[in-house]
Write a protein that binds this ligand. Structure first.
Ligand SMILES: NC(=O)c1ccc[n+]([C@@H]2O[C@H](COP(=O)([O-])OP(=O)(O)OC[C@H]3O[C@@H](n4cnc5c(N)ncnc54)[C@H](O)[C@@H]3O)[C@@H](O)[C@H]2O)c1
Length: 257
């Protein structure tokens, strides 16, 4: 049992399946009371029933207050996990304004809105934990996925900002940045996902393992694929070289389409 989690009141968004469901199960297994939120009402209900949690169907961005009420007025750990991968926004296609705005809304603004709702209570009592399921695309960039890459960079920047601004006031923040994870999102990622993500894809449970290690070690950056640290270093150390390497992968992808 992880002490910080035992008895905690937890919200996991997008927990009707995939990574969110794995996180919800793990929190419940460590003795937390979990609100299972998802747009997919059936998924949320099924996971909540399985773990003895509370189902909260609906949009993650508009259910923060309801989630807090369902937990009796306090949230100890908020996992901003719901995300959308809608893309195909590479040049040559018509600009898809709806996909861009949905990506901003779910991948970034839902995190901002939740933090705004929860921070006053967390700062008042001097503790709280915000877990952001970002992506390695938030540190690097995903081939063929402009809106996803840009908004995941935004989610990472927001998590980083929260952490550096409030860590001396008791707020813990974790940013989870996996590459491929075997979920519906990976299945929907098409030929780019097959090329870049699938060969090293891990299970949602591996992501939960990595987060729980990070909670125990009190670490901000959670890398379920440890090799991402090296890619991130290489990108910072020599951006030209890194871009050249990524462009070779882009060309490889184009050759398969
Ligand atoms: N699967 C991967 O390869 C991968 C890699 C890195 C990061 N991620 C991130 O992990 C998170 C979870 O994705 P997943 O892989 O489990 O995908 P998934 O598609 O299995 O799960 C995402 C869940 O979020 C829900 N959802 C979408 N929009 C929502 C909203 N507005 N409000 C509430 N729920 C909403 C969906 O219904 C779905 O159940 C996402 O933020 C994703 O970007 C996934």
């Amino acid at each position: 049992m992880v002490e910080a989690v035992q008895g905690a009141k937890v919200v996991v968004t997008g927990a009707g399946g995939g990574i969110g469901a794995a996180l919800a199960r793990r929190f419940a297994a460590h003795g937390a009371r979990v609100v299972v939120n998802d747009l997919d009402a059936d998924g949320a209900k099924a996971v909540a029933e399985e773990i003895g949690g509370i189902a909260l169907p609906g949009d993650a961005a508009t259910t923060v207050d309801e989630a807090r009420d369902a937990l009796g007025g306090t949230v100890d750990i908020y996992c901003a996990n719901a995300g959308v991968g809608c893309d195909g926004a590479d040049i040559g296609r018509p600009l898809d304004e709806r996909a861009w705005s949905l990506s901003w809304d779910v991948n970034v603004m839902a995190h901002v809105r939740a933090a705004h709702a929860l921070l006053p209570g967390w700062l008042e009592r001097g503790s709280g934990r915000f877990v952001s399921t970002v992506s390695a695309a938030g540190l690097l960039t995903m081939i063929g996925a402009a809106a996803y890459s840009v908004t995941k960079h935004g989610a990472y920047a927001f998590a980083e900002w929260l952490s550096l601004t409030y860590r001396h006031r008791g707020l813990k923040v974790h940013a989870i940045c996996p590459q491929g994870v075997r979920t519906g999102m990976l299945d929907a990622s098409g030929s780019a996902g097959d090329l870049v993500l699938r060969p090293t894809a891990i299970e949602p449970d591996d992501v939960a393992d990595a987060l729980f290690r990070g909670i125990e070690e009190d670490r901000f950056l959670i890398l379920p694929h440890p090799e991402v640290a090296e890619y991130y270093r290489a990108r910072a150390a020599d951006p030209e070289r890194w871009l050249g390497g990524m462009n070779r992968i882009q060309q490889q992808w184009e050759a398969t389409r």
